[in-house]
Design a protein around this ligand. Structure first.
Ligand SMILES: [Zn+2]
Length: 322
């Protein structure tokens, strides 16, 4: 679908989206077929503009630092009361194992390890910033359906209509065979109001911890895809062209990282490529971090799109009174 989203009125409709939502791929991840899925600069500006408009409308500020509890407690206290757990954003995870009876039968122990990988990555325990987000596994369903298993993207509507649980703040995470060239796909929070029934993340079952995909089996495909679900773009979004990924502390990057290079710096703007970032395309053994700027983007996106309804009103009242 191609829509000039710069012309979409604020908060009026759905955001233009590439197909599929994300394309974290394996061996051929940097080759031409992936290019059609890149967001254009206009799409990136549209998505970032949508976020700013919604933050302004809901909270009276579009300053993402305002959603950092250390900087602006008046706003942040309400924003992070979401789960009443000391400022943490705790995301319930509904995990859906899809099989064809024979393949894809992910045991619950591996699902638990996948959620642990999410918690380590988003908690800053792999080397990056603590995003303040954690995940709580609330259910595991197992469904035998050969069509959904082998072609989850083509069957996403039927699959998600049948299996999806919860609202805008619930992560529905599916494992299936995503494909040869890609390991996962996801939705952005900006898309939720246009297609809530398709909100979620799908990963290849072999990308889960100890799965069968060499170099991509630490569960970081899900970490990457959930990054999109929480509002992050690729670090190489738009290459060297502003606004890049719209995050100040992820230096511009001309193209996705492949493998795990010792170092690379592909854009004239200052800073080496963020090759170890979860939102790049490096091997799982290369990925280890989110940045503080990405953590702020996640929290702002959560407040804008995924926090429970009613949060904004309480926040505005508190901001105005305090
Ligand atoms: Zn991606």
């Amino acid at each position: 679908m191609t829509v000039a989203i710069g012309s979409v009125p604020a908060m009026a409709g759905r955001i233009a989206e590439p197909e599929p939502g994300c394309v974290l791929g394996a061996a051929q991840r940097a080759v031409a077929p992936r290019d059609r899925d890149a967001l254009s600069p206009a799409q990136v500006r549209g998505m970032l503009g949508d976020l700013r408009r919604i933050l302004l409308a809901k909270f009276g500020t579009a300053d993402e630092a305002a959603f950092d509890p250390a900087r602006r407690p008046a706003v942040a206290a309400a924003a992070f009361a979401i789960n009443r757990l000391g400022g943490k954003i705790v995301i319930p995870v509904r995990f859906h194992v899809i099989t064809n009876e024979r393949l894809g039968r992910v045991p619950k122990s591996r699902v638990v390890r996948q959620v642990a990988a999410l918690n380590a990555a988003y908690g800053g325990r792999t080397g990056g910033a603590d995003t303040g987000v954690s995940f709580r596994l609330t259910s595991v369903s197992v469904t035998a359906n050969a069509r959904w298993f082998t072609r989850p993207k083509q069957n996403e509507r039927a699959m998600m209509t049948a299996l999806r649980r919860g609202g805008r703040g619930t992560l529905n995470l599916y494992s299936a065979v995503v494909g040869v060239e890609v390991l996962g796909f996801s939705t952005f929070p900006q898309w939720y109001r246009g297609r809530p029934g398709l909100d979620g993340v799908v990963v290849d079952y072999r990308s889960l911890p100890n799965g069968g995909t060499a170099h991509f089996n630490r569960g970081y495909t899900a970490v990457h895809e959930v990054g999109h679900w929480l509002g992050l773009l690729h670090t190489f979004e738009n290459g060297c062209v502003p606004p890049g990924d719209g995050v100040a502390d992820t230096p511009d990057e001309a193209a996705p990282t492949e493998g795990c290079p010792a170092g690379k710096d592909t854009c004239p703007a200052p800073g080496a490529d963020p090759a170890h970032n979860f939102m790049d395309y490096g091997n799982d053994d290369c990925m280890r971090e989110f940045t503080p700027g990405q953590a702020r983007r996640i929290r702002a996106s959560w407040a804008a799109y995924r926090a429970p309804v009613g949060l904004a009103a309480r926040t505005r009242a508190r901001t105005q009174s305090g």
